[in-house]
Design a protein around this ligand. Structure first.
Ligand SMILES: C[S@@+](CC[C@H](N)C(=O)[O-])C[C@H]1O[C@@H](n2cnc3c(N)ncnc32)[C@H](O)[C@@H]1O
Length: 271
């Protein structure tokens, strides 16, 4: 057996392509992380030169993730989370937020990026009462995701399905909706869909994405807020519905609503 076969992290590192920018790594760069390469920083800087709001939006999206997970754990009693398109480990990841509220929470992370896989150990720091697991799989293969997640999650009990900043990677809208439907169909009543994505609501963002997509990376599609809402069809959106991430139940409105960002999301219940 080679060293790499014995060591999945080393194997994942050996497969990393540093010649093309990758979404997880650029996102990490914009969030102030260190898990990225020169090619990602160059692409991230070029993007920011056209759309300076990207870093504020990335942070607002992470704060939305934190508020949504906290809300579901604290107010809705959710104890299972399936977070697809996890991204690189961050200061506050889904399991840390959920397990702070309920240490017994069970979390499955899914991503298809080699660097995320290589760093997955940092995501697997569960409380003793709970469980955290990682699945290396593609969103386009919901059957594999559901099968592997079922090793950790009980699909007879409510699950929060999280699709955070990932559906834009599925270019065809109908295909993206069909993937969401297949995943939601596998969840029992009382489950939730938590989702956000980048929107076409800023001219500069549209321009920056066009330039990014021409650079050889896996393309990202900006959608309208109405299209984001379409992903929740058949589900009951919690107040305030689909909103700019910064404005989804902000921690305080004492000084008025936070400035809008061009990432929209929501949280919805499956009855
Ligand atoms: C923009 S990042 C968002 C990260 C995190 N969810 C957040 O909101 O901060 C998108 C993530 O989706 C992952 N991703 C993209 N396409 C994917 C696919 N087809 N299957 C699984 N993961 C994918 C990327 O590797 C990346 O980690």
């Amino acid at each position: 057996m080679t060293d790499e076969a014995e060591n999945p992290e080393r194997e994942a590192f050996s497969k990393i392509d540093t010649s093309v920018p990758q979404s997880a790594r650029i996102w990490n760069y914009w969030l102030g992380g260190k898990d990225n390469y020169e090619v990602d920083r160059v692409a991230g800087d070029a993007f920011r030169a056209v759309f300076p709001g990207i870093e504020t939006g990335a942070r607002a999206a992470r704060y939305f993730l934190a508020r949504a997970v906290r809300q579901l754990a604290a107010e809705e009693g959710i104890r299972q989370f399936l977070d697809i398109g996890t991204g690189l480990p961050n200061v506050d990841n889904t399991h840390q937020i959920a397990q702070r509220v309920a240490p017994e929470s069970r979390i499955v992370y899914v991503d298809n990026d080699q660097l995320v896989l290589a760093h997955a150990r940092a995501l697997l720091t569960s409380t003793p009462e709970g469980v955290t697991n990682y699945v290396d799989a593609d969103l386009r293969d919901p059957a594999t995701i559901l099968r592997e997640a079922a090793r950790t999650l009980d699909f007879d009990q409510p699950v929060a399905l999280m699709l955070m900043g990932i559906l834009g990677h599925i270019e065809d809208y109908d295909e993206a909706r069909s993937i969401v439907r297949r995943l939601v169909d596998a969840l029992p009543p009382g489950s939730y869909l938590v989702q956000y994505d980048s929107t076409d609501t800023s001219k500069a963002y549209v321009e920056a994405i066009q330039q990014y997509n021409e650079g050889g990376s896996i393309p990202y599609i900006l959608r309208s807020p109405e299209q984001i809402e379409g992903f929740f069809e058949g589900l009951e959106l919690l107040e305030p519905g689909v909103a700019s991430c910064s404005r989804w139940r902000p921690d305080t409105e004492a000084l008025g609503l936070p400035a809008e960002v061009h990432q929209y999301g929501g949280v919805a219940l499956k009855r």
